[in-house]
Design a protein around this ligand. Structure first.
Ligand code: F6P
Length: 541
């Protein structure tokens, strides 16, 4: 069935007209005319405080955006995902990361079978294994307990667990060291393994397909390292476990099926951190904290499924993104966590969002005539303030931003934390309201400097606050973004759960890999630039 283009919908057209009215309205005006604007445009639910009042919106804006979501059938699309329908159409798969944290166990049916018993069985095995490793009861080939855990994976098999392990480091087993190797550049594994004792090192090979070039190359290098240092290939089963959907390839690599933790084709790579892919995180923080993380995800899943859209945080986040990307032509979105533990969060979201919605063909197979997924980027505050915030404040681009912070610190020094939060709040205030020429004159700023020192303001942001960075809170926040991405995919009418755009580069790399060999005698057929580059490389071998 050919679906109506979103740009032809009456709600979209209404937003276009509304934009003309709104484009010159300032946040100063909006706040001045409404004393309760912050309360009006905030949502408090499950310990998350979401303030979206510093956006260039009125109640009318929100109401048309919500109408768009309804008209696009968002409610029904949400149900289809949660019920396990095969909404990943181009790969003919269900999309059920929500089942991974469905701890109530309510049945979720895919192809006529309930997936929940399988989910619980893997979770139990992960618990048993992580308890043994943490407790020093999992012994290596020479009888020593494991102290170094090296996760080898890339993309979703790296970014998710790496981000969460870092974010929850406060709760981690400090006597153990956690490493993540992803890059095919040998530097990554060489520098990681330098100084590690093989007898105390456990490799977790994380790959949904178990065929990814980077992961399999690094896994092979790790295997050689173990065999060379421990003197026998009998060491492999003691030092390697696998997280995968591909039992045959795992077996071929030499890892016992016993030591494989499965997941399923209905778990997308970038949505997999709550599956077996989270094993390194579970070893780091322990089963109970991991379950709290899952509970946090589940809380947001329920919020997303049940809340009316006007109180639904991911839906509002998504609609605000649509408002800026499609009407104000904003091309990027900044993620600015004011918490050092969340330093990997922007990189994690880059894959989650850009691999999901970086699409230009709609669900009816037509090229879209509107902008879809934005560039996601960011760094923790306050570091970013001394680097790129200049552009956010005075550059020519509009960059909507999410500020994320916590009301309490995990550490003792009130001074640090109060300064951190003061900076977060100051930035959102400065972005929104800027500083006028009149204000500068009143401060005695010389006239010639006024243009340079003026801040236009009117730069939108969301602020997401929670009490404290706990596993449950982190789960809630990550799931907000997962569902934001889902919602935008529905509105943009793209398939958010495939990633065909990564394939061409992989195929070409395999071909060029052979052509780079000094002895290669076949025909090198490329454009003149690529051919010259290949010859340049070969000339140095
Ligand atoms: O190439 C992209 C991708 O397929 C991602 O979607 C995925 O997260 C990553 O590669 C790793 O894949 P795998 O877990 O199968 O090794």
């Amino acid at each position: 069935m050919i679906r109506k283009r979103v740009t032809e919908m009456k709600e979209w057209k209404a937003l276009r007209r509304h934009y003309k009215k709104m484009k010159d309205v300032t946040l100063r005006q909006l706040f001045a005319s409404d004393a309760v604007r912050a309360e009006k445009f905030s949502i408090n639910d499950g310990g998350i405080h979401f303030d979206y009042s510093k956006n260039r919106i009125t109640e009318e804006t929100v109401s048309i955006l919500l109408e768009l979501a309804h008209a696009r059938g968002l409610r029904n699309e949400i149900e289809r995902m949660f019920r396990g329908e095969k909404i990943n159409e181009t790969e003919d798969r269900a999309v059920l990361h929500t089942a991974l944290r469905n701890l109530s166990g309510a049945p979720v049916i895919v192809d006529g079978a309930d997936v929940m018993p399988g989910v619980f069985s893997v979770l139990d095995r992960m618990r048993d294994f992580s308890d043994r490793v943490r407790g020093g009861r999992w012994k290596g080939h020479t009888g020593r307990p494991m102290r170094n855990i090296v996760n080898i994976g890339i993309g979703g098999s790296d970014l998710g667990p790496r981000m969460v392990t870092e974010a929850l480091k406060y709760y981690s087993r400090r006597e153990m060291n956690f490493f993540y190797v992803s890059n095919i550049d040998e530097t990554h594994i060489v520098e990681t393994l330098r100084g590690l004792d093989p007898a105390e090192t456990l490799f977790i090979i994380a790959s949904k397909t178990f065929t990814t070039q980077e992961t399999m190359t690094n896994a092979g290098t790790a295997k050689t390292w173990i065999i060379d240092h421990l003197g026998s290939d009998k060491a492999v089963p003691f030092h390697f476990v696998a997280l995968s959907t591909n039992a045959d390839e795992v077996n071929r690599f030499g890892i016992d099926r016993e030591n494989m933790f499965a997941f399923w084709d209905w778990v997308g790579g970038r949505y997999s951190l709550t599956s077996a892919i989270g094993l390194s995180t579970m070893i780091s923080i322990g089963y109970d904290h991991f379950v709290s993380l899952l509970n946090g995800f589940n809380d947001t899943d329920r919020h997303f499924r049940q809340m009316p859209f006007e109180k639904n945080i991911p839906v509002i986040m998504a609609l605000l993104g649509i408002w800026y990307h499609n009407f104000f032509n904003a091309e990027t979105h900044a993620i600015l966590p004011y918490d050092q533990y969340l330093k990997k969060f922007p990189a994690y979201l880059q894959q989650a969002d850009m691999e999901s919605n970086g699409k230009s063909v709609d669900r009816s197979g037509r090229r879209v005539n509107y902008q879809t997924g934005p560039v996601i980027w960011g760094e923790p505050g306050t570091n970013g303030q001394h680097a790129f915030y200049q552009l956010l404040h005075q550059g020519t681009m509009l960059v909507p931003a999410d500020f994320i912070g916590f009301a309490r610190s995990l550490h003792g020094a009130v001074d640090h934390h109060r300064k951190l939060v003061a900076n977060l709040y100051a930035q959102t205030e400065a972005l929104a309201f800027g500083k006028t020429a009149e204000e500068l004159r009143a401060e005695g700023v010389p006239e010639r400097l006024i243009p340079y020192r003026t801040f236009e303001g009117n730069r939108p942001s969301n602020t997401i606050m929670a009490e404290l960075l706990m596993p449950v809170t982190l789960g809630k926040i990550i799931a907000l973004y997962e569902h934001k991405i889902f919602t935008q995919g529905v509105i943009w009418d793209v398939y958010s759960f495939d990633q065909w755009g990564v394939e061409l580069g992989k195929t070409l790399a395999e071909k060029i890999f052979m052509e780079l060999e000094p002895g290669f005698s076949g025909d090198v057929k490329h454009d003149s630039s690529t051919t010259c580059l290949i010859n340049y490389y070969r000339s140095w071998q």
